[in-house]
Design a protein around this ligand. Sequence first.
Ligand SMILES: NC(=O)c1ccc[n+]([C@@H]2O[C@H](COP(=O)([O-])OP(=O)(O)OC[C@H]3O[C@@H](n4cnc5c(N)ncnc54)[C@H](O)[C@@H]3O)[C@@H](O)[C@H]2O)c1
Ligand SMILES: O=C(O)CC[C@H](O)C(=O)O
Length: 329
Amino acid sequence: MSKPLRVLVTGAAGQIAYSLLYSIAKGDVFGPDRPISLVLLDIEAMMGVLKGVVMELIDCALPLLTEIIPTSDISMAFKDIDVGVLVGAMPRREGMERKDLLKANVKIFKQQGQALDQFAKKNVKVIVVGNPANTNAFICKKYAPSIPPQNFTCLTRLDQNRAQSQIAARVGVSCQDVKNVIIWGNHSSTQFPDVTHATLKGKPVLEVVKDDNWIKNEFISTVQTRGAAVIAARKLSSAMSAAKAICDHLKDWFHGTPDGQWVSMGITSDGSYGIEKGLIYSMPVKIGAGQEYTIVQGLSIDDFARSKMDATMKELIEERDAALQTCEA
Ligand SMILES: NC(=O)c1ccc[n+]([C@@H]2O[C@H](COP(=O)([O-])OP(=O)(O)OC[C@H]3O[C@@H](n4cnc5c(N)ncnc54)[C@H](O)[C@@H]3O)[C@@H](O)[C@H]2O)c1
Ligand SMILES: O=C(O)CC[C@H](O)C(=O)O
């Protein structure tokens, strides 16, 4: 057996973590031969609840789970981690605006960026889930200058999964028949779910669906507002589907994408597709066996796509500037 992978999950007493920890500890994400040392961070007030989560993990009797470290101490939590799954943040509830969330959460990611810089392994892989996810990842990266920018990502796989499932349901096929949907930009209602290059059983989605009006209107807005629809129905933010998407994101990052397929992740823009350098912007990537991802290049972008991609970039620039102001105040 190889050396345990040290995986930190923040917000470990919260609802996403409750759906996530079992899959990670069971081996579904990093592989059936990879022992896991699980570090669980939450705030001091949640230590009682976290104790219960730890008891349940122990009671699952999972052979790969070699160690569980529950803590509210940030320096202990980030020490020597290989993977950081940064979930811990306030979720939006009904009636809350995105701006309220940015103010409440961005400072958490400044502090955690500094902790990554100081305590984590320099090749740590980070996925930010706490909202506003792209901007929080940007802040984390900024305050961890000793870690390569490409090691910071944010979760937009939930949006990809939502888009894939909407197309599959429209046509009446399994979601696994739909490939190469793209999520461009922000994990927010300005994101652009793009099926121009997507295929369904090998044929272009646009040719199979044959309804441009549905694609350009109902499909896009359903995916863009799905998170808000779940909040309205559940009175709580999505958790089971978010946990599944985190697993998909990490599994592909560690094990690679299948030949001819790509996935969407929020990553540091290198200027590709005219997106401002340095922003954390969701793009299509291919991942090789070496766990390094490359942006899929050369995709055609028509005027409709360009305007959608620019609108979500504009929102990300505004969020970044507001976040920097909050952090520097
Ligand atoms: N990117 C996505 O696709 C996506 C999807 C769903 C939810 N989210 C976001 O994920 C976040 C968590 O959602 P949830 O439903 O699990 O929320 P939750 O309220 O159930 O749990 C959040 C947990 O984080 C903890 N926490 C708060 N501040 C912390 C800190 N500084 N350090 C460590 N832990 C801290 C809280 O005590 C709580 O236990 C929210 O911001 C939500 O909006 C993102
Ligand atoms: O706050 C929101 O509108 C979205 C919550 C979450 O990120 C989701 O996509 O389900």
